[in-house]
Ligand binder design. Structure first.
Ligand code: AP5
Length: 190
């Protein structure tokens, strides 16, 4: 199975390229952000717990996110592969993902980091705010906080994957097609 962790700051293109990977390799896409937003839309207890945290651009608790992923992985262990978008986001989540995969005789094939300059991230997210309806896109202070939270709490996971020789850096600047070609090249060389 091809199990890819697509990694990068807010606005780096994780969602965009996950969709393309799903199409090309017939993978199952897990976006913790999308799952949480659908819980909010359905006004579930989980959604209500997550909403105020997400609106501020902070991270939802590890326990809540890990519990949410547990069933999803076991339900899809027989597919072609999985693409994780926005998960893991802390070292604790990365360790939990390894454990959840191992329980199903699976493992991460590669962690692909989309490397994008901060100014470009802000430009993309401000543009998306015109149509996304996402509270965390609507305010430049929240966008900046999301990027700061990523640098502080999420970027250190790169070391976790480097130690496992699974870290792959991809230049995430330029056209979507060019970036996707770079991602495919990495995958074809695994
Ligand atoms: P999440 O939904 O994961 O949001 P994010 O990480 O902030 O990422 P985005 O969806 O904003 O960006 P992306 O990298 O997917 O880029 P996209 O392809 O959309 O998380 C939201 C919140 O949920 C978190 O802040 C947290 O509170 C909570 N959460 C989620 N997971 C969690 C977890 N594991 N633990 C704890 N909390 C969690 O592209 C962005 C825009 O740019 C789009 O408009 C796109 O069309 C455009 N674009 C993409 N590529 C290009 C390009 N090459 N050129 C020009 N435009 C481009």
């Amino acid at each position: 199975m091809l199990n890819i962790v697509l990694f990068g700051p807010p606005g780096s293109g994780k969602g965009t390229h996950s969709a393309k990977l799903v199409e090309k390799y017939n993978l199952v896409h897990f976006s913790t952000g999308d799952i949480l937003r659908s819980e909010i839309a359905a006004q579930t207890e989980l959604g209500m717990l997550a909403k105020s945290v997400m609106d501020k651009g902070e991270l939802v608790s590890d326990k809540l996110v890990i519990d949410m992923m547990r069933n999803k992985i076991s339900q899809n262990k027989d597919k072609n592969g999985l693409v994780f978008d926005g998960f893991p986001r802390t070292t604790e989540q990365a360790a939990a993902l390894d454990k959840l995969l191992a329980e199903n005789n699976l493992s991460v094939s590669a962690m692909i980091m989309l490397d994008v300059e901060r100014e470009e991230l802000v430009t993309r997210l401000q543009k998306r705010s015109e149509t996304s309806g996402r509270a965390d896109d609507a305010d430049i202070r929240i966008i900046n906080n999301r990027i700061d939270v990523y640098n502080r709490q999420t970027l250190p996971i790169a070391e976790y994957y480097k130690k496992q020789n699974k870290f792959q850096n991809v230049n995430g600047m330029g056209s979507i097609d060019d970036i996707f070609d770079r991602i495919v090249k990495v995958i074809e060389n695994l």
